[in-house]
Design a protein around this ligand. Structure first.
Ligand SMILES: NC(=O)c1ccc[n+]([C@@H]2O[C@H](COP(=O)([O-])OP(=O)(O)OC[C@H]3O[C@@H](n4cnc5c(N)ncnc54)[C@H](O)[C@@H]3O)[C@@H](O)[C@H]2O)c1
Length: 249
């Protein structure tokens, strides 16, 4: 049990990598896993799966752009499980559905959910980590390199996550709080994907991936698990790339 007695809060946990992480955390002995998302039905289904497997979980509605909701979710987590040890800022939207790569409304949406959502999560989550803790922020390989076929706001918002993470590591280490980022490469498409869900585009992309395949959600969940657990007790401010070698070439 790699997370025995820890309390974890995961944003965007109703789907994809967030849901896989929530299920894994449930199996690894968490005292409580808070599945927070705008999607109530899917989030509750994830909670039911965790509980069926013998874990402990709660769904809480959360729009990561809403400061009052973040405060309420963190307060409720602490009231329900007695504290907070692990925060996974995972909620995000894709930049691959936009035709106009400089669309201003899309820029604001991307920055609001992908960057401000992480900032607000850290603002309220870290305050609640009274016994130290681990924050894991989902960036992307798009936070490290640029892609020509996605909205510039996706690269910008994920690049911001990379540096919000390092600022957090610098500021909160003295309180025993570690902050790291995870950078997935080509994964199953997001709910909001456009071009990156297109099989032709995916085949093209795979040619540049040394492992010649897309990643699976559990392969990212296990990377997050390492950073959440005490096994990574001296790792802070790191960028863990989970991309089949894409950014190595
Ligand atoms: N899938 C990929 O190829 C890929 C690659 C690199 C990084 N990422 C990042 O990984 C994270 C998870 O992506 P995924 O593939 O599981 O996507 P997904 O679309 O399957 O899941 C994203 C989740 O975030 C939730 N969400 C969206 N907006 C929200 C908001 N305002 N408030 C609360 N929840 C909200 C969605 O409801 C959904 O449950 C994202 O941050 C994404 O940018 C994904």
């Amino acid at each position: 049990m790699r997370l025995k007695d820890k309390v974890a809060l995961i944003s965007g946990a109703a789907s994809g990598m967030g849901a896989a992480t929530a299920r894994l955390f449930g199996r690894e002995g968490c005292k409580g896993v808070v599945v927070a998302d705008i999607l109530e039905k899917d989030g509750k289904a994830v909670v039911a799966e965790i509980e069926k497997a013998g874990g402990h979980a709660t769904f809480l509605p959360l729009d990561v752009t809403d400061e009052a909701q973040w405060k309420a979710v963190v307060d409720k987590t602490v009231a329900t499980y007695g504290g907070l040890d692990v925060l996974v800022n995972n909620a995000g939207i894709s930049g691959s559905a936009e035709q106009d790569l400089y669309d201003t409304a899309a820029w604001n949406r991307l920055m609001g959910i992908n960057s401000t959502g992480v900032f607000l999560g850290m603002k309220y989550g870290i305050r609640a980590m009274k016994r130290g803790g681990s924050v894991i922020n989902l960036s992307s390989i798009s936070g490290i390199t640029g892609q020509g076929y996605i909205h510039v706001g996706y690269n910008a918002s994920k690049g911001a996550v990379r540096l919000i993470t390092k600022a957090g590591a610098a500021q909160h280490g003295k309180d025993g709080i570690r902050v790291n980022s995870v950078h997935p490469g080509l994964m199953p498409p997001m709910r909001t994907s456009g071009r990156t869900a297109d099989p032709v585009q995916r085949e093209k992309t795979l040619k540049g991936v040394p492992l010649r395949r897309a990643g699976e959600v559990d392969e990212v969940a296990y990377a997050i698990l390492f950073l959440a657990s005490d096994e990574s007790s001296y790792v802070s401010g790191a960028e863990l790339v989970v991309d089949g070698g894409w950014t190595a070439v």
